[in-house]
Write a protein that binds this ligand. Sequence first.
Ligand code: GLN
Length: 198
Amino acid sequence: MIIGVLAVQGGVAEHESTLDELGVEHRQVRRVAHLEGLDGIILPGGESTTISKLLELGGLLEPLKDAIRGGLPAYGTCAGMILLSSEILDTRADAQCLSGLDITVRRNAFGRQVDSFEAALDFAGIVDPVPAVFIRAPWVERVGEGVDVVATVPNGPAAGAIVAVRSGNVMATSFHPEVSGDTRVHEYFVDMVRRHTS
Ligand code: GLN
């Protein structure tokens, strides 16, 4: 199995080391040719408008969209969630999305008071609560048919906000499991890829 890590901007290395910990082979995706032969792809956090622009400039936007539409399992964290969405609120007019998930997301949704925070979340499919680090994170304001809500914020001012979703082979989290030292969300994705591949 080989998992791609989109590497045009953002927190690439943390996903690579998490995959290393799990013993999963991975490859950086910077150009269209790097999509060849992948079993899954991770879209890291970073700045979604910058990633969108770089995907367009590099000619990777449409091929990546096609690959995901064609069934390539994908997991987006934070900016990666924004990119996988089908509608983005509070973004630049020219920002593009991949429409891998029928969801509407709001960028930087948690506001200035709680720019960055941590929470322990119940995550459907993972037994004990998952530590979640949020950094200028989006939340999900609408989920389309067939999209499952996998985790919400348990308490505080943003209680109930949807922060993890899945539809078929595509999943996304508002938070960054790759910085928490807990590998279970990545394991969840790797299992999903393994099931798809076999
Ligand atoms: N606020 C960023 C954006 O809009 C996302 C932040 C992140 O990925 N940690 O793209």
